[in-house]
Write a protein that binds this ligand. Structure first.
Ligand code: PHE
Length: 454
């Protein structure tokens, strides 16, 4: 398969299509839902700086590595690793790295879909005018009601999973590509509008100060781990999503430039979301560390109080659902692509099976907000455990090995050829970052959390 240099799953139609799809994967709930609430929980500015450093020093080099490996292997991450280990004459156990990614993607999607379901429920709330003229307290109650109701959450979780699997079943070009074309510009415009609203709240500067004025006394080992884990999560790294998208990338496209563009767009969206949300938090006397409900407790206040808020609120949540959808499809694509290759079954069948399993696991997250809120592992609910296990452990661990593989196992001549950077110094810089800097950074943060330095 590898020597034909063509993917059996078909290819992106152009560089632009790949940019759209990979940006669609990167930009999602991670930017708009997760980044603000973890920034709030971890004290603001200093956390944001650590996150930005992780994106630049660890995220971008690994993103380049993943895309490059995918394009060279041309198959699902598991089989791509098999192809590449053969090419490098390395130990075949490396393909278990692909498995780690498939499992991480499956775990993440199980709770991602529940949160995307909340966003769908908010599309309906926006449409029926539920936010109009409501106080912060009433908006808070709307969210509390949703969290308390497993039935409503299961309903929307089901709708979201069906939508995701329907898109994935249609395959790379039919489904994935079309879904992302109008999303990014739309989301960007609405975020700018929310930022404009935030400027009118009277707490704009306070919000900016919270996000950008670092107070390192707020930082613990756990918050450094969260910042690093989030750099992986938000760029869709460490589990093969970007690798599988890279495997559909035609030859002759500059991987490095494209990657930097995507990471930049992703970071911009997250920062804009924070800039829009924190002023609303402060202006209404809300709690910055209130957790996963943060955007659902703040943004509706803005929509309920601005002119045209009904329409903008509706559009915003619709776009958020699409942003989540374009990420969700990439979370399950490595698993589906592998099923298709391994069992030689139809894409549709693979989708039904994988979709059902993910849906089932998602129920754990739904109930962790109500009936099972007291079921905990080391003090964390099912949702919190899945989030910690995937974003803070599995993705950085996956990224660690991907970096080592690209930097130290693949032969330089192969990675150089695939990256085609033109300038040898750039190649050496990248190779140094993936061989040493990124793995060492992940390792040190892990040690730190284990308390080795304390
Ligand atoms: N990057 C996506 C987001 O920010 C989530 C994601 C993680 C998607 C890992 C694919 C792989 O929402």
């Amino acid at each position: 398969m590898a020597d034909t240099n063509q993917s059996i799953h078909s290819e992106w139609s152009s560089r632009f299509a790949f940019i759209l799809a990979a940006t669609g994967s990167a930009v999602g709930l991670g930017n708009i839902w997760k980044f603000p609430y973890i920034t709030g929980e971890n004290g603001g500015g200093a956390f944001v700086i650590i996150y930005l450093i992780c994106v630049a020093a660890i995220g971008i080099p690994i993103m380049i590595a993943e895309t490059m490996m995918g394009r060279r292997g041309r198959q699902s991450p598991i089989n791509t690793l098999k192809v590449l280990t053969k090419e490098a004459g390395a130990n075949t156990n490396w393909h278990y790295l692909g498995w780690l990614g498939v499992i991480a993607g499956f775990f993440i999607l199980s709770y991602y879909s529940v949160i995307a379901g909340w966003s769908m429920a908010y599309v309906v709330k926006a449409f029926t005018g539920s936010f109009s003229g409501q106080s912060a307290l009433e908006i808070n109650n709307l969210f509390a009601d949703l969290q308390a109701s497993p039935g409503v959450q299961i309903f929307w979780h089901t709708v979201f999973m069906v939508a995701t699997m329907a898109v994935v079943a249609r395959g790379v070009q039919g489904g994935l590509e079309k879904a992302v074309r109008f999303l990014m510009p739309g989301l960007f415009i609405l975020l700018m509008l929310l930022v404009a609203y935030a400027m009118t709240t009277g707490a704009y500067l306070q919000g900016l100060e919270f996000m950008f004025k670092p107070d390192f006394s707020e930082i613990t080992g756990a918050s450094v781990l969260t910042a690093m884990g989030h750099a992986f999560f938000t760029l869709s790294l460490g589990m093969g999503a970007i690798m599988v998208y890279g495997s559909y990338l035609p030859k002759g496209i500059s991987i490095a430039k494209t990657t930097i563009l995507i990471a930049g767009a992703d970071t911009l969206v997250a920062l804009l979301a924070g800039i829009a949300i924190f002023p609303i938090v402060f202006a209404n006397g809300l709690e910055v560390g209130s957790g996963p409900g943060l955007i659902f407790q703040t943004l509706p206040i803005a929509f309920g109080n601005m002119t045209g808020g009904w329409l903008f609120g509706l559009l915003f949540f619709v776009l958020l659902v699409f942003a989540a959808l374009s990420s969700a499809i990439s979370l399950i694509e490595p698993a589906v692509a592998w099923c298709v290759e391994h069992y030689d079954i139809e894409r549709k069948k693979a989708c039904v099976v994988m979709g059902f399993l993910t849906w089932l696991l998602g129920l754990g997250t739904v109930f962790s907000f109500n009936n099972w809120s007291d079921v905990t592992f080391f003090g964390a609910t099912i949702f919190e455990s899945l989030d910690f296990l995937t974003a803070n452990l599995m993705l950085p661990l996956g990224g660690f090995f991907i970096a080592l593989f690209a930097g130290r196992v693949m032969l330089s001549k192969d990675s150089k050829e695939e990256l085609d950077l033109g300038d040898d110094r750039l190649f050496d810089l990248w190779k140094f970052l993936v061989s040493y800097v990124a793995p060492a950074a992940v390792f040190i943060v892990f040690l730190h959390v284990l308390g080795v330095f304390s």
